[in-house]
Design a protein around this ligand. Structure first.
Ligand code: PLP
Length: 391
């Protein structure tokens, strides 16, 4: 008989009942060090006092009104994002995949309004992940995600990740936009080198197409800059964010330049819940932390510390690990064993990690993780790796 929860996930038998900072407490009392953050969501850890306050204060006043009315919390969050980024304007969604839907619509509408209605193609890359909506799976294009779900949304072309020569040849008069994650998350924590992101920006400008960056996983301070593309010194035309922006409350956004957003006039897009007062109140509190240069400096310092310890871990377990890679606190441990085995061994050692493609185990700790917790995390990962070697 089908379970009452649609069985699209293979779930670990863990029942977490409480979260405190970097820690998750299981029903039976065990305390797990959380290096997954709900897949890069709990940017400020679990139950951060500022987020709890923002949510509960707002909950006592007003939960929902609809986008038919002005929403001060939404305005405040949009202002903060615009003030801290390349963007001139923001539309709020409830998830990353909804942000993908709008990013694609916005790019196509831009060219339509410019009198170039045939410019509809979106070029995306192998190993990418943009969510599970029709646009999201068509964009990623992997067999695993699209099989059986056709007919797919047309107009997506796929290239090998970082195939810059192929990209130059592939962009033609029908290309509306190139869509890419500056650091692939689900694809196995694969950062795009800064010079290639720069070259990609220049290519889009030369050929006359838009650049959409998906910073759903790598944005909001995760790499040590507010947005990952800042490391390369370039800006996109359109950017998707989600995950960390709500710190655990379902929230996403599309950020865009005035020019790229120029086709999105009254009535062209909408969302019942997107930008609701609860989500945006929390989002404002998240932004007040992660956009602070001192907070980001700490993320970078802690990322350096963790990276250094992980290099030691990898060197100590050459049969388990191949390399450590990533950017900031978005780290991949490339394994020589099945990543699921390491994740499972981690459960036994009371440390939570997340598997990814390319034989990688992801570490996406809370950006607020302490130095002591970093040391403890590596001790627990060491135990997990040693248990696999002994098996
Ligand atoms: C880079 C990227 N884009 C989009 C998404 C989809 O976000 P959501 O699951 O909130 O729809 C994800 C989720 O993992 C992601 O990592």
């Amino acid at each position: 008989m089908i379970p009452s929860v649609l069985p699209t996930y293979s779930r670990a038998p863990l029942h977490f009942v409480k979260g405190e900072g970097s820690w998750l407490v299981e029903e039976d009392g065990r305390r797990f060090l959380d290096l997954g953050s709900g897949i890069a969501v709990n940017a400020l850890g679990h139950a951060h006092p500022a987020l709890v306050k923002a949510l509960t204060d707002q909950a006592q006043n007003l939960w929902h009104v609809s986008n038919l009315y002005e929403i001060p919390q939404q305005q405040a969050l949009a202002d903060k994002l615009v003030a801290s980024s390349f963007a001139d304007t923001v539309f709020f969604t409830n998830s990353g995949t909804e942000a993908c839907e709008l990013a694609v619509k916005m790019a196509r509408k831009y060219w339509y309004e410019k009198g170039q209605p045939d410019k509809t193609d979106i070029i995306a890359f192998s190993g990418s992940f943009h969510g599970r909506s029709s646009a999201g799976i068509a964009a990623a294009g992997s067999e695993k995600m699209v099989k059986g779900f056709g007919p797919l949304l047309p107009g997506f072309k796929h290239l090998e990740w970082r195939d810059m020569a192929g990209l130059e040849a592939a962009i033609d008069d029908n290309t509306a936009a190139v869509l890419i994650e500056p650091v692939q998350g689900e694809g196995g924590i694969r950062p795009m080198p800064d010079d290639e992101l720069k070259a990609l920006r220049a290519l889009c400008d030369d050929k006359g197409c838009l650049l959409i960056l998906d910073e759903v996983q790598c944005g909001m301070g995760r790499t040590g800059r507010l947005f990952a593309h800042e490391w390369a010194g370039v800006t996109p035309d359109i950017m998707m964010v989600a995950k960390g922006i709500g710190g655990g409350f379902p929230l996403g956004a599309v950020l865009a330049t005035e020019e790229a957003a120029s086709g999105m006039t009254v009535g062209t897009h909408g969302s019942t819940y997107g930008g609701n007062p609860l989500g945006c109140a929390v989002g404002c509190a998240v932004m007040d932390h992660v956009a602070d240069p001192e907070f980001l400096a700490e993320v970078n310092r802690k990322a350096g510390l963790l990276r250094q310890k992980l290099e030691g871990l990898v060197a100590a377990h050459p049969e388990v690990f191949e390399e450590v890679r990533g950017s900031g606190l978005m780290i991949g441990l490339k394994c020589r064993i099945a990543p699921a085995d390491l994740v499972k061994a981690g459960y036994n050692a009371l440390v939570i990690t997340v598997p990814a493609a390319d034989n990688v185990v992801r570490l996406l700790p809370a950006l607020t993780i302490s130095d002591d917790e970093i040391a403890e995390a590596v001790t627990r990962l060491d135990l997990a790796a040693a248990s696999l070697e002994a098996a």
